[in-house]
Design a protein around this ligand. Structure first.
Ligand code: CO8
Length: 258
């Protein structure tokens, strides 16, 4: 893994960890952060040893949004021409599960980045929100779509039109957050979740993630058809044979990720 300017990367067994590292700007997401995070995630995704990725920030801020200073002087022609922030879409092509470990502020682009992950593990200090309306803009990294799918129209409209912040208990109640853990425990808890995922058969994990994501893209009938094809595909793996044999023989499976 190369050195990056705005993030730190490390591995822990089969888990790849990406830490946003712009503490002075509360991890505001500028173009370099976007390039670094998407490149690191693609590198981990291409590494067959990595079974899950954890994405985290600092205790104070997962990310306080897109970099307002970088954006503030851009014209319409510039943001259109450079397709500002469209590069974040690369995370949707990462097939390895991504667990966001969120502490503190996850606002604007920070909330959208957390929603680009597959699972959000949040500290009790986590605060979510889409405050773009206060800046005279609207969410631009998928927030209006992913938040609405995550928590429904009533709450998404409330948050996006007023810019109000969501504390973690409400975020969990609404289904935005997968798990809430005591302050300071978010990274450890997220790595544990990632280790659990990474201990499963990687082909099954990739197919399961694809199946769940299909629910956001298509009709129920099409989704069930897609799931069935993906389910049948698992029977082409050694790990299906091993997983079922292990159950019958009352032992732990020894998945080889193939
Ligand atoms: N961008 C740039 N710098 C930031 C950002 C940001 N989003 N957030 C914080 N910073 C900087 C501050 O400017 C400050 O820098 P400096 O010390 O040089 O003045 C430093 O980080 C520390 O911040 P504060 O002093 O403000 O720290 P506080 O603890 O007082 O407050 C808050 C923390 C509440 C998080 C506050 O910083 C804040 O409100 N930040 C902005 C939150 C926000 O509005 N986020 C949404 C940004 S817009 C967005 O994400 C839109 C994405 C879609 C774009 C679509 C384009 C197509």
């Amino acid at each position: 893994m190369p050195d990056f300017e705005t993030i730190l990367t490390e591995t822990s067994g089969r888990v790849g960890i990406i830490t946003l590292n712009r503490p002075k700007a509360l991890n505001a997401l500028n173009a370099q952060v976007m390039r670094d995070v998407t490149a690191a995630a693609a590198d981990f995704d291409a590494d067959p040893v990595i079974g899950a990725i954890v994405l985290t920030g600092s205790e104070k801020a997962f990310a306080a949004g897109a970099d307002i200073k970088e954006m503030s002087t851009k014209s319409y022609a510039e943001v259109l021409g450079e397709a500002l922030f469209a590069g974040w879409d690369a995370l949707t092509r990462v097939r390895t599960p991504i667990v966001a470990a969120v502490s503190g502020y996850a606002l604007g682009g920070g909330c959208e980045l957390a929603m680009l992950a597959d699972i959000i593990v949040a500290s009790e200090t986590a605060v979510f929100g889409q405050p773009e309306i206060n800046l005279g803009v609207i969410p631009g990294i998928g927030g209006s779509q992913r938040l609405t799918r995550a928590i429904g129209k009533a709450k998404a409209m409330d948050l996006i039109l007023t810019g109000r912040r969501l504390k973690v208990d409400e975020a969990e109640r609404l289904g935005l957050v997968s798990r809430v853990v005591p302050a300071g425990d978010h990274l450890t808890a997220a790595v544990e979740v990632a280790e659990t995922i990474a201990s499963k058969s990687l082909p099954s994990v990739i197919l399961a993630k694809e199946a769940v994501n299909t629910a956001f893209e298509t009709t129920l009938a099409e989704g069930v058809r897609a799931e069935r094809a993906l389910f049948f595909a698992t029977f082409a793996t050694d790990d299906q044979t091993e997983g079922m044999a292990a159950f019958v023989e009352k032992r732990e499976p020894d998945f080889r990720h193939r």
